[in-house]
Every structure is written in C-alpha cells, then in structure tokens.
Design a protein around this ligand. Structure first.
Ligand SMILES: [Zn+2]
Length: 260
C-alpha cells in the first residue's frame, strides 16, 4: 500500500507555492481524487487508496490553474477584521467619520457634558477608563445609539416615498453573516451595529436594501419587484453590494486585545 510519505514526495516535487500549505489527506473510502481550497487559501488534497503517487502528481498539475484561481479568491475573501486596543489614540470609524479614542478618569466629564461614551465634532470619542470588556460594550452601545438615531432620520423619506406605515427599527448584533434583517411579521428593520463602521455609502446601501423589503414589493425576497425598488432608490446598488462584501471583511466587529 502506498504511504502518506510517498504521496508527499510526489507533491513536493511539483514545487507548489508555500502559502498554499498543501496537506494530503488519505481517504480510505473515496474513489476519486479531489482538491479543496479552504477559506484563507490553504489547499487539501483528498486521496483515495486507488491513486498512485504519479496519478496524484498528474492530477494536481492538471488542476494547478484552477487551484491558483481559487486560492487567490479565498485569500481576498478571508476576513481581516481589525483588533482594537482601548488606549488613547486608537481610531474608530462611525457614520463615515474617524474618531480617536480618549479615555477619561473617574468623574471627569467630556467637554460636551454628555454621558459617556460620546463623540465630538473635533474627531474625539470619549469613553470612561475602565476594564476593556466594559469599554468595548460602551463603544458598541454608542454605535447602536448613534446608528439608530441615524436610521430614524434617514429612513423617513423612504417610508413616505413607498407609503410604508408603522415601521420600527432596531440596531443590535446580528452575528457574522447578516448586515440587516427585515421581519415581515413584526414589521421591524434591524441593522447590525457593525454596519455603522462602514463607509457612508455602504451604510446607506444596507438600510435601503432592508427598506426595499419593508416596502413589501411582492414576489421573491430578492426577485424582480424588489430589484425594481432598489433600482429606483439606489441605481448603483449592484456595485455597492459587491463593495460591501469587500469592505465588510475589514470592518471592526468588536474584537479587542490588551495593549502590548
Ligand atoms: Zn435582502
């Protein structure tokens, strides 16, 4: 029987790019060879007992172009969310503005006298100096509050335009896969708090996307009627959708670490 080592030697001779971190996985019950490109761009080759090392090498050579394309796409699509430290000067994006964090000691009020955390037009985000998990929660709370106030202002004209009545809004954590939800049973549009760290035109896109659902165009969720509404409200929406996929991988989703 051919050993793992024999396969590894055959693959090593192909001189594949090191960043693929190619692994060979013996699969006793498989009948065919198979290549998988994992998220992040690593490569796994599944090998059935019937394959010889020569056959394996040939197979990988034949698929080299395909693997190269897939791996580069996987690298481009890998999440790259920033990890923040809660120290003075750390930057946060909120509603298209950049803010530098400034931590205030116990009892010290921010210049605008507002409850903490708060942002000022001078580009400073003031928060209370406390345990990092509490600062994180406070800043996420600020995103939620600021985001919700923005939606309430911004959503109004779409509601009027599409005669949407009694719509309510929420901002909260929607996990890793969704930016927004419209729930037809409760008639509530909810956006993820992380949306408000995106560039302004993408925040607009996420809101308008959900409002187009809330207008109840009929048909499938993203079908022709919904698309007509999107074209009307946001003619360049298809482009924004793919921009969102890119920008979304780099937006802050709450990750933090202690200062080194
Ligand atoms: Zn949708």
């Amino acid at each position: 029987m051919t050993s793992h080592h024999d396969y590894a030697v055959a693959v090593a001779e192909l001189g594949l790019p090191a960043e693929w971190q190619t692994t060979i996985v013996l699969r006793p019950r498989r009948r065919t060879l198979c290549v998988q490109v994992k998220p992040g761009g690593t490569v796994a080759i599944l090998v059935p007992p019937s394959a010889t090392p020569q056959r394996l090498a040939q197979f990988v050579s034949d698929h080299r172009k395909w693997i190269t394309d897939k791996a580069s796409t996987a690298v481009r699509r890998a999440p790259a969310h920033p990890v923040k430290t809660f120290i003075d000067g750390t930057e946060f994006e909120l509603l298209g503005q950049r803010y530098r964090l400034e931590l205030l000691g116990p009892g010290v009020p921010p210049p605008n006298g507002q409850p903490l955390p708060t942002v000022l037009t001078n580009g400073v985000l003031y928060a209370r100096r406390e345990a990092p998990e509490r600062i994180q929660q406070a800043i996420i709370g600020l995103y939620q509050q600021t985001g919700l106030a923005w939606i309430l202002r911004q959503g109004r004209r779409y509601e009027l335009d599409a005669r949407i009545q009694g719509l309510r809004y929420g901002v909260r954590d929607l996990g890793r896969r969704r930016w927004g939800i419209y729930d037809p049973r409760t008639h509530v549009v909810t956006l993820h708090w992380t949306v408000f760290g995106l560039p302004m035109h993408l925040i607009d896109y996420v809101l308008v996307h959900e409002l187009s659902h809330a207008a109840r165009p009929g048909g499938r969720a993203h079908g022709p009627s919904w698309q007509r509404r999107m074209h009307q409200w946001m003619p360049g929406w298809r482009q924004l959708q793919s921009e969102l996929a890119d920008a979304g991988r780099q937006v802050w989703i709450g990750d933090w670490t202690d200062p080194a």
